[in-house]
Structure formats: structure tokens, C-alpha cells
Design a protein around this ligand. Structure first.
Ligand SMILES: Cc1cc2nc3c(=O)[nH]c(=O)nc-3n(C[C@H](O)[C@H](O)[C@H](O)COP(=O)(O)OP(=O)(O)OC[C@H]3O[C@@H](n4cnc5c(N)ncnc54)[C@H](O)[C@@H]3O)c2cc1C
Length: 244
């Protein structure tokens, strides 16, 4: 479980982070938004207001507090908060790209779910490629637009092979011939799945870059949605405090 959450099947990562993750799992329930992960940004968008957000305009350059977008626009806000993932933030400041943990995810649809369980199914065989499996439609039916089940197989690291054959073979070992009816939907091989937090790295990194320039995201706290949200709150609080 920890190897899957920290994208670290060999468990070489931070033990402190493992303990924090276990603590959070004991304190609360694991959850996904009912209508998909995009609901988190939709919720933020509703609070900020659609007219105050410029979409599809990647920032290409930052000079002091001035930002330049790829479409030629420029803005000089009173406070600038950079909330990109860590490699993108490093690129914008010309810094060395920090290490990332990669992850791959193979999605299948199936006429029938292999189990009704809403739990994350863990690989107990120490043989991959999949480390854990989630039947997303068992958690929320809105993860499928039909009656088919949506099955996600998570694999730490980049999937080197183009073919889904090794994954299908593994799933057949787990669930038998019913896997013949599964349909491969899509494979994602994600270079930056989360920042690599090394054992001695601090959980709380500096969020103030210079006067009026701040940086938040999971790389400022712990590599997770929770870490991203904590760093967002820390940044907003500091920003407001400095305006008073
Ligand atoms: C497959 C997968 C599964 C995961 N599962 C979990 C999980 O179960 N639980 C969990 O807690 N975490 C999970 N994570 C990690 C989690 O997604 C991240 O920790 C979290 O999204 C980090 O949030 P963030 O706001 O810091 O950055 P992001 O969510 O990466 O947002 C950064 C944003 O900045 C934008 N951006 C980048 N460059 C620019 C630019 N130049 N100009 C403008 N915008 C830019 C990007 O497009 C992006 O929208 C998972 C990650 C992956 C890939």
C-alpha cells in the first residue's frame, strides 16, 4: 500500500512520510470525488469565479512579479503565486529540475466488475507490473457513462512496454478468464507523478520566493493532494498577512 502511495515499490523513500500517510488513513476515510478528480479544481473555480481565471495560457516567463503567457499576454499582479508542479516551477526560474516519481495507469472497462469491493486491491505476489488495482465504479457509479465497470491498474514508474499484454496476463492470474471480456481504454505513462521526497527532506519548504512572489504545490509540503492543499493554505495565509 505504502509502495503504491509513495510510488516507491522498493520502499526506499521517507519513513516519516509513510507514518504520516498511515496516520491520515487511520484518522479519516480514503476518498475520491464522486464525479472525478476534476471536481476539485471545479470547486475552486466556483469560489474564484470563472471570469477571474484565464485557461489554456501557459506562463512562459517570469520577470520579478511580471508574467508572460505563451499567447503573448503579460500581467503584473500585486502578488504572484506560482502553483505549478515542481519541474515546471524550476523551469520558470531556470533552476535545476528536481527529481520526480513516475507512474503509469492502465484503464479497462469490463461488462462485469471482478469484485464488488471498494478497497484498493494490493499485489501480494511481489511480481508486477501492476502494484494495485481499483474498481472505480464500485466507489462511484459516475466513473462510467455506461453500466460497464471502470478498472484502474496502477504501476509505479514509466511503463516501458507499449503493449498491455503483461498487465492483462497479470489480471488473468488475479481474476481468471473474465478478463478476456475487458476492453483496454487507455494507458497513461506519467513522467512527473509526484515530487520525490527524500528521507531527510523537510515536510515544510519555503513558500516565499521574494517580495510578493510565492510558490505553492505538493513540492512545498508533502507529495499528495493533501500536501498541495496545505501549501495552498499556508501561501494564502502568508500572502494575506503581508498585505495587512
Ligand atoms: C496517476 C496519479 C495518481 C495519484 N493519486 C493520488 C492519490 O490517490 N492521492 C493523492 O493525494 N495524490 C495523488 N497523486 C498526486 C497528486 O495528483 C499531486 O500530488 C497533486 O495533484 C499536486 O497538486 P498541485 O496543485 O501541487 O499540482 P498539480 O495538480 O500538478 O497542478 C499544477 C498545475 O500547474 C499547471 N502548469 C504547469 N506549468 C504551467 C505553466 N507554465 N503555466 C501555467 N500553468 C502551468 C499544470 O497544467 C497543472 O494544472 C496522484 C498523481 C498521479 C499522477
Amino acid at each position: 500500500l505504502i509502495g503504491g502511495i509513495q510510488l516507491d515499490p522498493e520502499l526506499n523513500g521517507s519513513a516519516r512520510l509513510s507514518l504520516l500517510i498511515l496516520k491520515m488513513l487511520f484518522l479519516g476515510d480514503a476518498a475520491v470525488p464522486e464525479r472525478g478528480m476534476g471536481s476539485i479544481s471545479q470547486q475552486l473555480l466556483r469560489k474564484v469565479g470563472e471570469n477571474n481565471v484565464l485557461l489554456n495560457a501557459p506562463v512562459e516567463k517570469i520577470e520579478g512579479k511580471k508574467i508572460f503567457t505563451s499567447e503573448g499576454g503579460s500581467f503584473s499582479p500585486s502578488n504572484l503565486i506560482i502553483a505549478t508542479e515542481s519541474p515546471a516551477a524550476a523551469k520558470l526560474f531556470g533552476n535545476e529540475i528536481p527529481p520526480s516519481k513516475s507512474v503509469s495507469c492502465v484503464y479497462f472497462s469490463a461488462p462485469e466488475a471482478p469484485t464488488r469491493s471498494r478497497a484498493i486491491l494490493l499485489n501480494g505476489e511481489n511480481r508486477g507490473p501492476g502494484l494495485n488495482v481499483a474498481i472505480m465504479t464500485n466507489v462511484s457509479s459516475s466513473y462510467s457513462s455506461t453500466n460497464d465497470a471502470l478498472i484502474a491498474v496502477a504501476i509505479p514508474g514509466r511503463l516501458v512496454c507499449d503493449s498491455t499484454e503483461p498487465v492483462v496476463k497479470q489480471m488473468k492470474k488475479w481474476f481468471g478468464d473474465m478478463v478476456d471480456d475487458w476492453k483496454h481504454l487507455k494507458t497513461f505513462s506519467i513522467e512527473h507523478g509526484q515530487p520525490a521526497l527524500r528521507p531527510k527532506d523537510s515536510f515544510r519548504k519555503e513558500i516565499k520566493i521574494s517580495d510578493g512572489v510565492f510558490m505553492c504545490g505538493d513540492h512545498r509540503d508533502t507529495p499528495s493532494i493533501q500536501g498541495a492543499m496545505v501549501s495552498g493554505r499556508r501561501t494564502a495565509e502568508l500572502c494575506l498577512k503581508q498585505q495587512i
